[in-house]
Write a protein that binds this ligand. Structure first.
Ligand code: NAI
Length: 328
């Protein structure tokens, strides 16, 4: 039998945690033949709730789950971790300035970066889900100098999946037949869902849709503002879809993208497509053997250039703000 893979989930007692843990334990994160050991990190007030979730995990009798441990100390939670899902974050509350939000999250992601640096396994892979995800990933990465920087990623897969769903609805083609869609930039309302290189049933997506007005005034804002629309409808933020996207992100990272397709991941920029080096920005990415690569050589038209620049500028501003606060 295989040695279990250690997966640490932070914010385990939150709503995404509740939708995520059962899918990890049932084999959807890494594969149906890979046993997992869960380490859950929560704040002290939420440890009891996490214990309740761990009781339910026991009660599912998942054959692949070899144990669940709960911590309120980051240093312990990341000991021997192979995959870290950083979900817990400080949400923006009424009247909170951006600086306060970044500072509160710095207080979470700095010690977690340090703990990953000190105790995680050599093959550690980190996915940041907690918002502001790209900048939280940047903070964690900058406090883990011994971990290769390509191991820190942030989630734009939910945006990617939302874009697939909208395109599928518009064209009546199954999501399976839509390839090479890209989310560029920040996981925020400035993100740019790009269909100019996408293919629908083997044909160029932008040409197939042939409706620039729909792309600009319906598709892009619908995808970018979907999070707010879910809150409006459900009275709570996206949880099951966010958990599902986190599963997809790690599964694709570990198991590879299909030939002739790519995915969207926020990864550290090497300067590709004019994105300043070091920013954690979403790109078209292929994965193989547990490593990602930014897809190179795509033509970027003027429309896309303007949109990419806008979302990347926002990331530069966030980086400048956390630099000013001494968080990176
Ligand atoms: P939630 O509020 O239900 O749960 C968050 C949990 O994190 C709470 O149980 C809280 O106690 C815990 N937590 C707070 N500080 C912590 C710390 N220092 N260490 C460990 N745990 C800590 O929130 P929900 O709905 O589960 O969302 C979590 C995050 O994911 C939010 O920041 C949300 O904005 C973000 N999100 C990101 C998406 C993306 O596409 N990147 C999509 C949807 C949500």
């Amino acid at each position: 039998t295989r040695t279990p893979v250690t997966v640490t989930v932070t914010g385990a007692a939150g709503q995404i945690g509740y939708a995520l843990l059962f899918r990890i334990a049932s084999g959807h994160l890494l594969g149906a033949d890979v046993p997992v050991r869960l380490r859950l990190l929560e704040i002290p007030q939420a440890v009891k709730a996490a214990e309740g979730t761990a009781m339910e995990l026991d009660d599912c009798a998942f054959p692949l789950l070899s144990g669940t441990d709960i911590f309120d100390d980051a240093a312990k939670a990341f000991e021997g971790t192979n995959v870290a899902l950083l979900v817990g974050a400080r949400p923006r509350t009424k009247g909170m300035e951006r600086g306060d939000l970044l500072e509160a999250n710095g207080g979470i992601f700095k010690p977690q970066g340090e703990a990953i640096n000190a105790g995680a396994a050599d093959d550690i892979k980190v996915l940041v889900v907690g918002n502001p995800a790209n900048t939280n990933a940047l903070i964690a990465k900058s406090h883990a100098p011994d971990v290769p920087s390509d191991r820190f990623t942030a989630m734009t897969r939910l945006d990617h999946n939302r874009a697939l769903a909208q395109l599928s609805k518009k064209t009546g083609v199954s999501v399976d037949d839509i390839k090479k869609l890209t989310i560029w930039g920040n996981h925020s309302a400035t993100q740019y869902p790009d269909v100019f290189h996408a293919e629908i049933a083997g044909k160029n997506a932008a040409e197939t849709v042939n409706d620039q007005n729909w792309l600009e005034n319906d598709f892009i804002p619908t995808v970018a503002k979907r999070g707010a629309a879910i809150i409006e409808a459900r009275g709570a933020s996206s949880a099951a879809s966010a958990a599902s996207a986190a599963i997809d992100h790690v599964h694709t990272w570990v198991n590879g993208t299909a030939d002739g397709d790519w995915t969207s991941m926020a990864v550290v920029s090497d300067g590709s497509y004019g994105v300043p080096e070091g920013l954690i920005s979403s790109f078209p990415v292929t994965t193989k053997g547990g490593k990602w690569e930014i897809v190179q050589g795509l033509d970027v038209n003027d429309f896309s250039r303007t949109r990419i620049d806008a979302t990347v500028n926002e990331l530069s501003e966030e980086r400048a703000a956390v630099q000013k606060l001494g968080l990176i």
